[in-house]
Design a protein around this ligand. Structure first.
Ligand code: HEC
Length: 179
């Protein structure tokens, strides 16, 4: 976990050099009470190892024994490769960037996508755009469901222990996306 340690360090450095950059965030500041929050995370159907709610929005699936769906596991890894440096470990936020595990619960799926694709600027507080970065775009559903699972406290902090196998359909989509 040396790599993780270096991320912590760089996040700390960023926080120091850009102190004061964290402005009040509409969504990430809203606490989440998983028992009360009015978001539909229930699995309505599964397709090739991906899970969706009734409105065809990607969602997570956590079995009774803690086994997570592939996307949630993959999202954990992708999040910590691309977003962690600013948004902190496990989506918990930092002094510099918002607690996006909450944002993933409160924000509309398409609004979440929009911010990541196009970025957002609020004075000194800058969210980069990732629309041209396949390492993010090919895995954005993964990152989204992982953060949503974190926000809803469906998965604990840290690396998920047990995971479903990666389906052929997910592998094919990944190959096509990464080119
Ligand atoms: C260089 C630092 C940085 C990186 C890397 C970064 N972000 Fe951000 N992000 C920010 C900042 C700062 C904001 C707040 C922008 C503002 O004030 O409007 C933000 C805002 C957001 C928001 C909006 C949150 C809300 O509650 O409105 C989402 C969603 C988001 N980021 C997702 C991501 C994802 C997903 C990744 C990884 C693919 C990522 N970010 C990587 C700095 C970063």
């Amino acid at each position: 976990m040396l790599r993780t340690a270096s991320y912590y360090l760089s996040a700390a450095t960023l926080a120091v050099s850009l102190a004061g950059g964290a402005n009040a965030q509409s969504w990430s500041d809203q606490p989440v009470n998983p028992d009360k929050v009015d978001v539909d995370v229930a699995v309505a159907y599964e397709e090739g190892g991906r899970y969706y709610n009734e409105d065809d929005i990607p969602t997570y699936n956590v079995a009774d024994d803690g086994t997570v769906d592939w996307l949630t596991f993959s999202g954990f890894r992708r999040y910590h490769a691309e977003c962690h440096v600013c948004h902190g470990p496990d989506g918990e936020g930092s002094t510099y960037a918002p607690k996006i595990k909450n944002s993933a619960v409160h924000m509309d799926y398409y609004a979440f996508y929009d911010v990541v694709v196009n970025g957002r600027e609020n004075g000194n507080s800058v969210m980069p755009h990732f629309g041209d970065n396949p390492n993010v775009m090919c895995y954005l559903d993964d990152i989204y469901v992982y953060l949503k699972a974190r926000g809803m406290e469906a998965v604990p902090r840290g690396r998920p222990g047990k995971k479903e196998a990666k389906s052929e359909m997910i592998q094919e989509a990944e190959d096509a996306c990464m080119g």
